[in-house]
Design a protein around this ligand. Structure first.
Ligand code: FES
Length: 258
């Protein structure tokens, strides 16, 4: 058991009043899930399994519901990360404004790639989807604080300040040493085709998109152009060729009993 794990029960008791205050702000206490996860992340530096289990208990929801919300947002880190989390936007507006060059520059300067942490454990790097600051593209977040109008010079200044300990945003708490990558093993299993039939053989179905990412179109191609027997509803195919779907299923009883 790590030191952080040993300390977790005490942390939970310390944060319980704040969790209760957050829950009381909403008509349904489950609505406090994200603020509570941010609270634990602030204190542990990431969202630990223990924090997710505690949140499920506090909110009266299932562990799967908590995991589903936490894994959806790049604002919540599911593994220990560096003291600085640099997340560069690769959405459309940023891409049009040169995000690919900025990301390549940042990767080169850091010596790490997407979802990786520098060897000294100081800086983690991720390429994320639209940060909703398109009017200031290209942009990024550092420890969830926005940085706008990125240029290579700005990246140099930012990384220099992070390494010198003078960066304007406070470093993250680090309760565990981060690994070199903070990708989740379960995501790799999904990449081997354990999630859905459309994702089979798609190298990285959990990749959310960006320049050069073909995961989405490959999965759609699997669903609409290949001889995939549909065991349940597949809205993508129904949207594109509803007649073919009806004919394909006509007279068949699907194995899921639908
Ligand atoms: S595309 Fe980068 S903020 Fe919207």
């Amino acid at each position: 058991m790590t030191e952080r794990e040993k300390n977790f029960p005490a942390l939970l008791e310390r944060l319980r009043p704040e969790c209760e205050r957050l829950m009381a702000q909403y008509e349904q206490k489950r609505s406090a899930l994200l603020p509570i996860m941010h609270l634990f992340q602030k204190h542990e530096g990431f969202v630990s399994q223990q924090a997710m289990d505690a949140a499920a208990q506090l909110l009266g929801v299932t562990a799967a519901e908590v995991e589903g919300a936490v894994s959806f947002y790049t604002l919540l880190y599911r593994r220990p990360v560096g003291r600085y989390m640099l997340q560069i936007c690769r959405g459309l507006a940023c891409s049009i404004n040169g995000a690919q060059d900025i990301m390549a520059y940042a990767r080169e300067k850091l010596g790490v790639g997407h979802l990786q942490t520098t060897e000294d454990g100081a800086i983690s790097y991720e390429e994320v989807e639209c940060l909703a600051a398109c009017d200031r593209a290209t942009c990024a977040q550092v420890n969830l604080e926005f940085v706008y109008d990125l240029t290579p010079q700005k990246i140099d200044e930012m990384l220099g300040a992070m390494r010198a300990g003078t960066y304007g945003t406070a470093p993250m708490t680090q309760t565990e040493t981060p690994g070199r990558t903070w990708a989740i093993p379960a995501d790799a299993q999904i990449a081997r085709g354990r999630k859905s039939r459309g994702a089979v053989d798609v190298a990285d179905p959990n990749n959310a998109g960006g320049i050069g990412d073909t995961a989405g179109t490959l999965m759609l191609d699997h669903l609409i152009n290949r001889d995939v027997y549909l065991f349940g509803r597949t809205s993508e195919r129904a949207a594109i060729e509803p007649r073919a779907l009806i004919e394909a299923n006509d007279g068949r009883t699907d194995r899921a009993g639908h």
